[in-house]
Design a protein around this ligand. Structure first.
Ligand code: ATP
Ligand code: MG
Length: 345
């Protein structure tokens, strides 16, 4: 749906010319929630703002539904932007307008009649759970409520795409979680494609389908959230995954934090086993070893879920049997579709 190719943005309004984003290639599919994570200054906002042409790229292309965004004139862009909602970290509400008037703003710009605006505001307030707050001003609302107004305003003209720039970064964890649930709900109910940027892996893990990791203006890693989470490749990604880690992100960490007695006297083969989906709840490990002389000790383990996919990761030590038998167990586990990584043997 959104196709980004060789995108580059150089800010030349400052001494030294800043290449804010370079060689960005991304394809975002209709209906998905795509996250972009990166440290401050990585180029996330620049990339997001290029999608709706709030920033003009220096080179490269962006097409949305096959339409070349860079080629649009200002009138065409205005029309196209109505179908791309945007929400911000600091909400960007008009402080002198009520909740209802803030939401009405884009509807008036689109030339809607007063009666139609009234009924659309009611629908939107209900969608974001603010029906009783229509006449309040922004300074009479909590941060979470302000963001709900931001979301209602962004959805006013039935957009196909919602861009979220650090939409939960100013909120406490509980409010963050309620706003993320609302975004997920909107994505499911309305089928809106969501492109969100954040510096928090929790946000990615809670609602995104795929993620791109940015550093120094480049995308350094991209993939399905579960894959990136369970097998991060780039150092920056490992760092982000570490933020929320109930998991170890490399073999060494697996060894070091395993049970002390096991690292003192390694007796067997230590492996990390990763289950994804319904396999998480099946007794595959037990069933695989029970017909052999191999037994296992669990040194470390996690069972959790990402978006709605359950996953489990265990560090276990396989003992008993001979090397051949242990290898057979590992092969059988792999045949069951389980990821097995040998940490030490
Ligand atoms: N309007 C601008 N003019 C000049 N340089 C800019 C402008 N906007 C951003 N930059 C520079 O471009 C680089 C990327 O900035 P950007 O705002 O995209 O980062 P970010 O990943 O969104 O960071 P943060 O997490 O702090 O919001 C930075 O070096 C920044 O200083
Ligand atoms: Mg930013």
């Amino acid at each position: 749906m959104i196709h980004i190719s060789n995108l580059e943005k150089v800010y030349d309004n400052v001494p030294g010319r800043i290449p804010a984003i370079q060689q960005i290639n991304l394809d975002i599919e209709r209906g998905e929630i795509f996250g972009i994570i990166g440290h401050s200054g990585a180029g996330k906002s620049t990339l997001l703002r290029c999608v709706n042409m709030l920033e003009r790229p220096t080179s490269g292309t962006i097409t949305i539904d096959g339409e070349d965004m860079i080629a649009l004139d200002s009138r065409q862009l205005q029309v196209k932007r109505r179908k791309i909602g945007m929400i911000f970290q600091h909400f960007n509400l008009l402080s002198s307008a009520t909740v209802a008037d803030n939401i009405a703003f884009p509807l008036k710009l689109a030339g809607m009649s007063k009666a139609a605006i009234r009924s659309r505001i009611e629908e939107l307030l209900e969608l974001v759970g603010l029906t009783d707050h229509a006449r309040k001003y922004p300074n009479q609302l909590s941060g979470g409520q302000k963001q709900r107004v931001g979301i209602a305003r962004a959805l006013a003209n039935h957009p196909d795409i919602l861009l979220c720039d650090e939409a939960t970064s100013a909120l406490d964890p509980q409010t963050t979680s309620s706003i993320l649930s609302l975004l997920l709900d909107i994505n499911k109910k309305l089928g809106i494609t969501i492109l969100l940027i954040t510096h928090e892996m929790q946000v990615i893990r809670a609602i995104c389908d795929r993620v791109a990791v940015m550093e120094g203006g480049h995308v350094v890693e991209t993939g399905k959230v579960l894959d990136v989470f369970l097998k991060p490749q780039h150092a920056v990604t490992k760092d982000f995954v570490g933020q929320v880690s109930d998991l170890n992100t490399d073999a060494k960490a697996g060894e070091q934090s395993a049970a002390p007695e096991a690292s003192v006297s390694p007796r067997g083969t230590r492996v990390r086993i990763t289950y994804i989906g319904s396999k998480t709840y099946e007794p595959i490990l037990f069933q695989t070893v029970k017909t052999t002389n191999v037994s296992f000790a669990i040194l470390q383990g996690t069972i959790s879920s990402m978006k709605d996919v359950p996953y489990g990761q265990l560090v276990v030590e396989l003992t008993g049997g001979d090397a051949q038998e242990i290898q057979t167990v590992i092969t059988k586990l792999k045949q069951e579709g389980i990821d097995v990584e040998v940490l030490s043997s």
